[in-house]
Write a protein that binds this ligand. Structure first.
Ligand code: BG6
Ligand code: MG
Length: 225
């Protein structure tokens, strides 16, 4: 789909884990514990491949790496155990855990009437948003409970755009995961990667974090100043 460079940004879709809050470390700790029980030492490199990926797809990947072949029932059971560990870790979250620049960017977008959505693979998104004091901030929340296909499938972002009533080409996605960048591009959207440029090289632009990420910059990324 050709990207429309004539219109300003109308909608911004934020990933949750690793963009708004550093829950990526909690997911990693919880997956590491599970992998250990299968005799597998989950590396940071492995974890990169789990970012943005749904819980069940993640547990299947880890079983594959560990060379174990549990039944579907067992996989569901260990995924639940992982989630219990994860939720316990999330218990400590407060608004202070917002990643740098996010609060300012959200406020700026709101003040300029740009629509904002959450587009996350997590089924715990509402719980995490509540802990962060962001329950009522997003115009639209699309999470792991409301989509069938996991990133890199664009479903989550296309649904967010539809619910915001904004054309995909007028949306920017902010993501920390390679799978999320691919999903944004497949949706025909602009993609800002937050994190390592070597991993997020497919994004239109990669920044270390959202500090100093302004609406003006998002429009420049889209092609209009
Ligand atoms: C994504 C995370 O946002 O959500 C993944 O990057 C996680 O690591 C996925 O597996 C699903 O999360 P949850 O909270 O539904 O287990
Ligand atoms: Mg993420």
């Amino acid at each position: 789909m050709p990207l429309d460079i004539m219109h300003k940004i109308e909608g911004v879709i934020f990933d949750l884990d690793g963009v708004i809050v550093d829950t990526a470390q909690f997911h990693y700790a919880a997956w590491k514990k599970l992998a250990k029980e299968w005799g597998y030492a989950l590396s940071l490199e492995n974890n990169e491949q789990l970012k943005g990926v749904s819980r069940m797809d993640s547990v299947r990947k880890i079983a594959h790496w560990a060379g174990v072949h549990p039944t579907e029932e067992k996989l569901a059971q260990v995924a639940k155990q992982k989630n219990d560990t994860y939720l316990k870790l999330c218990g400590q979250l407060t608004p202070d855990y917002l990643l740098p620049g996010i609060a300012d960017l959200l406020a700026q977008l709101k003040a300029n009437k740009v629509r904002i959505a959450l587009g996350s693979a997590s089924k715990n998104a509402h719980f995490v948003l509540k802990k962060l004091g962001l329950s009522t901030v997003f115009d639209v929340v699309v999470d792991g409970n409301s989509v069938i296909h996991s990133k890199p499938n664009p479903e989550v972002f296309l649904k967010a755009a539809r619910l915001m009533k904004v054309l995909p080409q007028n949306c920017v996605v902010i993501e920390d995961a390679p799978a999320g960048i691919e999903a944004a591009l497949a949706a025909g959207m602009h993609a800002v990667g937050l994190g390592n440029p070597n991993e997020l090289y497919k994004a239109h632009v990669v920044l270390p974090n959202a500090t100093n990420l302004t609406m003006k910059q998002l429009n420049i990324i889209k092609g209009v100043a």
